[in-house]
Design a protein around this ligand. Structure first.
Ligand code: MV4
Length: 455
């Protein structure tokens, strides 16, 4: 087992990883930018190294500085958390070259999944259901026309280098094909320096349901059920839950099996997530595979009882999975809401000093955060300052508990998304579980219309 792990991240996830390391008897090294010198991850790690000024490029994304920090402190592994360098194939490779275990995917796996057109071909070959569309890349406008006609409008063009919705366009009919394809290509070039495109049938009103998987070096792989992440705005998830209100035992078995096929196809070791679109007939289609621990992993921990960070570390150290597929029991229901330091009306960032902070507690309540009274949220990074995760015996109890826990949480001095979460969970469509990936944005539009009418 590793003796010392460097955590190449900040905020709640850095703290989350430190907590598990402590329980495992592994020493920890925090790295931090000067903006984070008073952070809890710095306070709670055994050692802490300043790696540069506030901008991420000169600190949390600076590979040489992080490798140096690992060498100076004699760390034998690096946990990258999510975001930053967690899916950077160059970093994964450099860690390996320097004899430091990267707790995450290999460079080949990261590149293989990062190229979305390539990933889709890999998954199709492995027998994972994919959205009907072009075979690989679109070669030119004539090819795009022909493919779209064959699969039928509306279609979607997607940047092969993309993800998170960048360089993606829905094309309702042939007369808009050329214009929308061009704008998708321009956006992709600007964002990724590459304008390779592929095409798919547009799936109407789907849900975003992802499967958590974990594999070890001996080839064992199993899934840990789903997370429904359909409640999102501009590709930012706000609420995640398990079980999905749309799930059936049969669908879970089928999606779980497909996710295991996906992970075995790339010999995946460690924790990963296979994202699917699920249509109203419960057809499901591969979207993307994430080769990292995700923000929403705690809901899976709450219903399975497993510590996913511990499993990641164990598997990276060459140990076999601590559980067998047959032994996994799913208990009750869990929901997570992301607390962002943002204006809940227009989602503009709201950094600054937290004058008063009180975390919700009690039975079935978990608060993952690096906040404290007097903490100053720096303006340089992501606006997520905490996650409120609740567990209940069933969905109704879970929602009631979540409502209580939101009311109990105090974050004064900055604006947060907490009032929005209260509003979301009180909506009839949320309460009945009847929502798709477009639901929240539609509701927010209606809310703004109503407000301007009232003026
Ligand atoms: C789609 C789709 C509909 N049909 N593909 C958005 C991000 C990228 N990962 C894939 N995305 C989508 N792909 C087909 N063929 C709709 C989306 C989509 C979406 C997916 C998941 C969660 C939120 C979303 C919001 C808008 C569009």
């Amino acid at each position: 087992m590793f003796k010392k792990i460097l955590i190449a991240n900040r905020g709640e996830i850095a703290l989350r990883i430190i907590r598990t390391c402590k329980e495992m008897g592994i020493k920890t090294v925090a790295v931090y930018s000067t903006a984070d010198k008073d952070s809890l991850h710095v306070r709670f790690a055994d050692e802490a190294i300043c790696i540069g000024p506030p901008p991420s490029k000169e600190s949390y994304l600076d590979i040489p500085r992080i490798i140096s920090a690992a060498e100076i402190t004699n760390a034998d592994a690096i946990h990258p958390g999510y975001g930053f360098l967690s899916e950077n194939s160059k970093f994964s490779g450099i860690c390996a070259e320097n004899g430091i275990k990267f707790i995450g995917a290999t460079p080949d796996q990261i590149d293989g999944m990062g190229n979305k057109a390539q990933a889709k071909i890999t998954m199709e070959k492995a027998g994972v259901p994919c959205v009907p569309g072009s075979k690989g890349l679109i070669t030119d406008l004539a090819d795009a026309r022909k493919t779209a006609k064959k699969i039928g409008y509306p279609v979607m063009v997607k940047a092969s280098a993309g993800g998170g919705g960048k360089g993606m366009r829905m094309i309702p009919s042939e007369d808009q094909l050329e214009e929308l394809l061009d704008s998708a290509k321009r956006e992709s070039s600007a964002s990724f320096g590459n304008d390779d495109m592929y095409m798919e049938k547009f799936i109407e009103e789907p849900r975003h349901i992802e499967i958590q998987i974990i594999g070890d070096q001996t080839g064992n792989a199993c899934h840990l059920s789903e997370r429904d992440c359909s409640v999102q705005r501009r590709h930012q998830k706000l609420v995640e839950e398990v079980p999905s209100p749309f799930m059936t035992k049969k669908l879970r078995d089928k999606m779980g099996e497909a996710a295991i096929k996906a992970s075995k196809a790339v010999k995946y070791e460690g924790a990963g997530t296979v994202e699917f679109l699920v249509d109203k007939h419960r057809n499901f289609f591969f979207m993307e595979m994430n080769t990292r621990i995700q923000v929403e992993h705690p809901v899976t921990e709450m219903i399975t009882g497993y510590d996913l960070i511990q499993e990641q570390i164990r598997v990276a150290a060459g140990e076999v999975l601590s559980f067998k597929k047959e032994r996994i029991r799913l208990r009750g229901h869990s929901i997570e809401v992301r607390i962002n330091a943002e204006d809940p009306d227009d989602f503009t960032p709201s950094p600054g000093e937290i004058k008063q902070f009180h975390a919700a507690g009690g039975l079935g309540v978990r608060f993952d955060s690096a906040m404290y009274n007097g903490y100053r949220i720096p303006p340089y990074y992501d606006s997520m300052i905490g996650k409120l995760i609740v567990h209940g015996r069933n969905r109704e109890e879970c929602i009631r508990r979540l409502r209580r826990a939101i009311m109990e949480t105090v974050v004064d001095g900055v604006k947060t998304t907490l009032p929005l979460h209260l509003w979301i969970i009180d909506q009839p469509e949320f309460q009945s579980g009847d929502y798709t990936i477009h639901w929240l944005e539609q509701q927010l539009e209606k809310k703004t219309e109503k407000l301007s009418k009232d003026d």
